[in-house]
Ligand binder design. Structure first.
Ligand code: 4GX
Length: 223
């Protein structure tokens, strides 16, 4: 898979994508990731990428010309152009699975008060939000999406992880059950007896019940 990112803050991307599973996927050639500075597509003396909204109002918008130039340069026939903004459709595990099937993603990170509407109308195939809160720009959302999609690419996870991914395949159907490792007692806190019983049917029942209770309590929207 190829992912291009268009951003005003390319330096933010150094670090998170050079660790762990994403680093390994890039090394293995499963993911070809490139970060592009939107400012390179501004051609006036001050490399202007923003301007004031017609009709007035607070803040600045990203000008259309640099985004059009960059997207037209980077997009191919099979490219999905995705804007990141709080006005997008909610990103979740189902969307991650959908994106993992696409050959080429072009993520366009928003900044200021957002995009000139013509970018949405003419360039964007999709617009995604990673949640109902306001960040300073779309770089972190782009990284979140890259991370969630990369671990779904065939071969990206180690054997243990991928077996687990498959067993949770409906993915996010509910929250996970409580888990414990050794020691069996830590600072007076004991691991539930059932987990040490060796009775696998009973353990499975206990876990299902715990997961259900936890989901009902914290995320009734998932039930
Ligand atoms: N999930 N932000 C985008 C600029 C902006 C504002 C309005 C378009 C319209 C965010 C999120 C997010 C902050 C990125 C505002 N762009 N992006 N930026 N939550 O909060 O994706």
């Amino acid at each position: 898979m190829k992912i291009d990112v268009l951003t005003l803050f390319p330096a933010m991307f150094a670090g998170p994508l050079d660790e762990s599973i994403v680093k390994r996927a890039r090394k293995a050639g499963l993911l070809d990731l490139q970060i592009h500075n939107l400012r390179d597509c501004a051609h006036d003396r001050h490399k202007t990428v923003d301007d004031r909204p017609f009709g007035g109002g607070p803040g600045m918008l990203l000008k259309p010309e640099p985004i059009f130039e960059a997207v037209e340069k980077l997009a191919r026939d099979n490219t999905r152009v995705i804007l990141l903004s709080p006005s997008g459709r909610p990103f979740n595990q189902a969307v991650a699975r959908e994106l993992a099937q696409v050959e080429h993603l072009l993520l366009v990170s928003g900044h200021y008060e957002g995009f000139d509407e013509r970018v949405r109308e003419q360039l964007a195939d999709d617009e995604l939000s990673i949640g109902d809160y306001v960040l300073t720009n779309g770089a972190l959302p782009a990284m979140v999406i890259i991370d969630a999609v990369t671990r779904l690419l065939p071969g990206a996870l180690g054997d243990d992880d991928s077996a687990r991914e498959e067993s949770f395949s409906p993915g996010m159907a509910g929250l996970e059950y409580p888990q414990y490792t050794r020691p069996a007692e830590f600072r007076g806190m004991k691991v539930p007896e059932v987990l040490q019983s060796g009775n696998h049917a009973e353990i499975a029942r206990w876990r299902a019940e715990q997961a259900r209770l936890r989901t009902k309590e914290r995320r009734p929207d998932l039930l």
